[in-house]
Design a protein. Structure first.
Length: 294
């Protein structure tokens, strides 16, 4: 439709503004973490535009849209800070928890509003279940990460535990399986990144030794590289980007996990002849929860 490109452009522009503001806040915090605001804005704009497009074509229900927008809003600045500074700024992890909590509440209120007749028919309040699951998910996810840090402090940082509060709240709103999927995706991303990093370090050492031999044959005095120093090898890959990827995955593709709270309400609404524009799909794996664009 003609209005879909306008929605995608508007949502993408809003995402860029939000990410740029988050980067500026991080740079001016008490313990600043400067990240490339322009790149984060572009990445976030693409993510928000994609979410807006999915909603416009019926890939995401409108009442759920605030949650993935909230997660995508902080994903790029936090990932950039963790990759560049090897830490997650407190100001951004706290903002992530607050923004996700507000988004879940907004989604819950919207869900209750569109299922008002179902609630009156005694089907319960699906929005309340959404908030309860989100709070329980935040506690469980943060608690699990805190336990891992207590057992192996080198595996996770304190910032990862703080970030788990917001991301656990978002994944918990989807459902308990989403917490497992998000944690598994985070571990796979971190493991894959560590393998790539190890391979690049080995290649760098081989390249350095090769050039060192050539320069020594020419009478150079440097060691390990043409410039007289070995290439730096920083610490291992941080876990924050993997956590953010897993959270973005489960909130952007909630699948049939959201059906439990809204299925009864949707049936009640369908029985009254009201067109809510929602349809629940089961499918396989993560499935899809969609709404008809009409």
């Amino acid at each position: 439709m003609w209005w879909q490109p306008m929605i995608v452009l508007a949502v993408g522009t809003a995402g860029a503004a939000v990410a740029w503001a988050a980067c500026r806040v991080s740079a001016r915090a008490a313990r600043p973490a400067v990240v490339p605001a322009g790149r984060c804005a572009v990445v976030t704009a693409c993510g928000w535009a994609w979410l807006g497009w999915r909603w416009s074509v019926g890939g995401l229900p409108a009442w759920w849209l605030p949650v993935p927008l909230a997660v995508f809003a902080v994903a790029a600045p936090l990932a950039a800070a963790d990759l560049r500074h090897r830490r997650l700024p407190d100001v951004l992890t706290a903002a992530a928890a607050v923004v996700v909590g507000v988004a879940v509440v907004v989604s819950a209120i919207t869900l209750d509003a569109i299922t008002l007749d179902a609630v009156a028919a005694g089907e319960g309040e699906p929005g309340a279940g959404l908030v309860v699951r989100s709070a329980a998910g935040a506690l469980a996810f943060a608690g699990a990460h805190a336990l891992v840090r207590a057992v192996s402090p080198r595996s996770l940082g304190a910032g990862d535990v703080k970030l788990a509060v917001g991301l656990g709240g978002a994944a918990g709103a989807v459902g308990w399986p989403a917490l497992v999927v998000g944690a598994a995706a985070a571990s796979l991303v971190t493991l894959a990144g560590a393998c790539v990093l190890q391979w690049s370090r080995q290649w760098s050492r081989q390249w350095s030794r090769r050039w060192s031999r050539q320069w020594r044959c020419r009478g150079a005095t440097g060691r390990g590289s043409p410039h007289g120093r070995r290439p730096p090898h920083g610490p291992g890959l941080p876990h924050g980007p993997g956590m953010l990827f897993g959270a973005c995955l489960v909130v952007a593709f909630p699948g049939a996990a959201l059906d439990g709270e809204v299925e009864a309400a949707a049936r009640a609404i369908a029985g009254t002849g009201m067109n809510t524009g929602m349809s629940a799909g089961t499918g396989t794996g993560m499935g899809a929860v969609t709404h008809s664009p009409g």
